[in-house]
Design a protein around this ligand. Structure first.
Ligand SMILES: [Ca+2]
Ligand SMILES: [Ca+2]
Length: 189
């Protein structure tokens, strides 16, 4: 039973990913669009769209602290299903970089979860890793202003990650299936 519900979830997620993958989505590439702002300066805005939105950057440039802070808005008819690390290339003998979730909970952006990445985290959806207690408890996350911060003192750590946004009606179905899966696990436990 557990296998079947997990498989059903996998199929649902895969079909969702496939359907949103064809939609137009945005790219923020520091090499093209400029260095992302520091935490103190507030986020550089990223106009995400339904689909898989990709961010490419480096932190720690020039041997001095370079934080990167990107902010994006999930609209009322959208939901945030994943923030997936797609690459990480450490340098300078360091193996990890801070990777933190921010949100504007009504009085400006603040950190809602700490965290960090290393090369073993490529492919991981950080909505399954971060503490989401302040932003609804679990993915998918609803409408709001979110941000991601990367911070590292070692020069030239390169990273990329995807921000996956879906239409809100699809979220209800997925959340419903998740609820069913949880119920079934509880029954069989
Ligand atoms: Ca940067
Ligand atoms: Ca920066």
């Amino acid at each position: 039973m557990k296998f079947r519900t997990d498989a059903m979830m996998s199929v649902a997620v895969a079909s969702l990913s496939a359907s949103v993958g064809v939609a137009g989505a945005a790219v923020y590439d520091e090499a093209v669009d400029g260095d992302l702002a520091s935490v103190a300066d507030g986020p550089t805005g990223f106009d995400v769209e339904i689909g898989v939105n990709s961010v490419f950057g480096t932190v720690g440039d020039d041997g001095s602290l370079d934080e990167d802070f990107i902010g994006f808005v999930i609209e009322a008819d959208e939901a945030l299903t994943a923030i997936i690390l797609t690459s990480f290339v450490p340098s300078g003998g360091n193996t990890s970089t801070g990777f933190r979730l921010y949100a504007d909970l009504g009085s400006g952006y603040e950190q809602v979860s700490s965290g960090s990445i290393d090369t073993g985290d490529v492919g991981v959806n950080f909505l399954d890793v971060w503490n989401l207690a302040d932003v609804g408890g679990s993915a998918p996350l609803g409408p709001g202003s979110y941000g991601v911060v990367l911070a590292e003192f070692t020069p030239n750590q390169a990273y990329s990650f995807d921000i996956v946004v879906i239409p809100a009606p699809g979220v209800l179905g997925l959340a419903g299936m998740g609820g069913i899966a949880m119920l079934r696990r509880r029954r069989t436990a």
